[in-house]
Design a protein around this ligand. Structure first.
Ligand code: ZN
Length: 260
């Protein structure tokens, strides 16, 4: 397949993509050795991502390509993913660019001694928690400044009251009681240390009980029914659920010995 065709295919919106897939006899989802494309495609920061409206940047890249590395989306990622001054400068830049933003610092307990601390846009809190294995979660700090949120997150981590780094793991135990005891203990310490007076409300998001797509999906016209919590819900006489990042950021669709 020529690069030109690859470019036009990757540039297609998902709706066009679906139309294109209708006419192809064999489709298989590739799970391993995938290439990543530039992550610029999630739309404006103020709005929830909508994969059905995405346009892809066809440049192969881990993270953002050189053209998009100064986009708001990239700077936001820089703020939340990098450490130290570089990260905080990026957060300030977003505060200057986006007025009226709301950000939440949250804690997630996933069964280890220390909870995980994270920051996200307020409207996305439930979805962000759903993306991560967790027993329970809570919001601990809400602010209109991404800089303040990230600084709070960094300080909580520095004081060893939660882990900032995320090590993906499956939940081994589902003991709500133990989870609540752990979380209450850390919330109390964090509240004292940073003078936060916020009544902690705990919540959890249960994973849907739907079978994952496995193996070939031959002669199927897949319709995107929804997207939430890092998963795409696809339909083709049955409902399927698939990890969004795998299907949409990468060349995970295999067609007639060609990769798009
Ligand atoms: Zn790009």
């Amino acid at each position: 397949m020529s690069m030109e065709i690859v470019d036009s295919l990757v540039n297609m919106s998902i709706k066009d993509h679906k139309k294109a897939l209708k006419n192809i006899s064999e489709i298989k989802i590739i799970e391993n050795d995938l290439n990543s494309y530039c992550e610029w495609h999630n739309g404006p920061l103020e709005e929830a991502d909508d994969p059905s409206k995405r346009f892809y940047c066809p440049v192969m890249s881990e993270g953002f390509c050189s053209k998009h590395k100064r986009s708001e989306r990239a700077i936001y990622n820089l703020c939340l993913s990098y450490r130290g001054e570089k990260s905080l400068e990026a957060c300030k830049e977003i505060d200057n660019k986006i007025k009226g933003g709301e950000y939440v610092v949250y804690l997630v307990d996933f069964g280890e001694d220390l909870p995980k601390v994270g920051t996200t846009r307020k409207f996305r809190i439930l979805e962000r928690i759903a993306e991560q294995p967790h027993i329970i979660a809570t919001q601990i700090y809400v602010t209109d400044s991404l800089y303040k949120a990230r600084l709070m997150e960094i300080n909580i981590s520095k004081n060893k009251l939660a882990n900032e780094l995320w090590r993906h793991k499956w939940i081994q135990t589902e003991s709500l009681y133990n989870s609540l005891v752990r979380m209450k203990n850390y919330i109390e310490k964090i509240s004292k240390k940073f003078d936060i007076s916020r009544e902690a409300e705990f919540f959890r998001i249960k994973q849907p009980k739907i079978n994952y797509i496995q193996g070939n999906i031959e002669n199927k016209e897949l319709e995107i029914k929804g997207v939430w919590g890092g998963y795409l819900i696809l339909y083709s006489s049955n409902y399927y659920i698939y990890r969004e990042s795998q299907l949409l950021h990468k060349d995970s669709i295999f067609i007639e010995n060609k990769i798009i």
